[in-house]
Design a protein around this ligand. Structure first.
Ligand SMILES: *Cc1c(COP(=O)(O)O)cnc(C)c1O
Length: 218
């Protein structure tokens, strides 16, 4: 068993079956991704469209690609032919462009609304109020090539478990509120290498794990 396969199996054992694992492979070479693929992993997450598209080009076509990074509107067209889920959607403008490009490719793209839960100023995302306004917008009901399937959040980079838990609890509570009205919401994407156990305790349905599978990045 390769080192990557060992770490992957270890992670899979530590998460419940109903929690989806996105293997975050950004900056890693295709040979590393192929080790995870050979071990059975099919969902990969990348944060740069160019890098993801290069990998998509060269890798098996049954891989399910998730864009987990911030997306510039003018680059949506490059991933529209193949991307499965976009995690960091935070504006109507971006939703419109995803819908338009997905339509050109005769596809439906899953979108997660990124909620700003971290205290840090630099993080992208919507406030609770903005997310509610966006999901309720009349325009969205007519966009048939996108599906808003859930929420995504990134907790503050801190050792303070209480703070991380509070941030996860906040997004879980928004998720539960919205779910009562929007039956298509089924994904709560929270949890990375450092905090995925806590995220699962807080109700995560999808974890995005990179360094604990592929090793640290430069
Ligand atoms: C890089 C990244 C991850 C994975 O981080 P690790 O700490 O390596 O597990 C998860 N989510 C997002 C949005 C990322 O950019």
């Amino acid at each position: 068993m390769s080192a990557i396969e060992k770490k992957l199996q270890h992670i899979l054992k530590s998460i419940p079956e109903e929690v989806t694992l996105v293997a975050v492979s950004k900056t890693k070479p295709i040979s590393d991704l192929m080790e995870a693929y050979t071990a059975g992993q099919r969902i990969f997450g990348e944060n740069k469209i160019q890098e993801m598209t290069d990998k998509w080009d060269q890798m098996p076509k049954d891989i399910i690609w998730h864009m987990i990074g911030h997306v510039q509107t003018n680059k949506v067209k490059y991933m529209a032919p193949y991307v499965d889920t976009i995690h960091a959607v935070d504006s109507m403008k971006l939703l419109k462009e995803i819908n338009k490009q997905a339509a050109k490719n005769n596809r439906v793209v899953n979108c997660l609304l990124q909620i700003k839960i971290a205290a840090e100023e630099s993080k992208f995302g919507l406030s609770e109020t903005e997310a509610i306004q966006l999901i309720q917008a009349e325009e969205i009901q007519h966009m048939s090539n996108i599906r808003i399937t859930g929420l995504m959040g990134m907790a503050t980079f801190t050792d303070d478990q209480k703070q991380i838990k509070d941030e996860f609890d906040m997004i879980k509570s928004l998720f539960d509120t919205l779910k009562t009205k929007y039956s298509e919401l089924n994904t709560l994407s929270i949890g990375m290498s450092g905090d995925y156990q806590l995220a699962i305790d807080c109700g995560s349905t999808m974890v995005r794990i990179g360094s604990s599978i592929f090793g640290t990045r430069n």
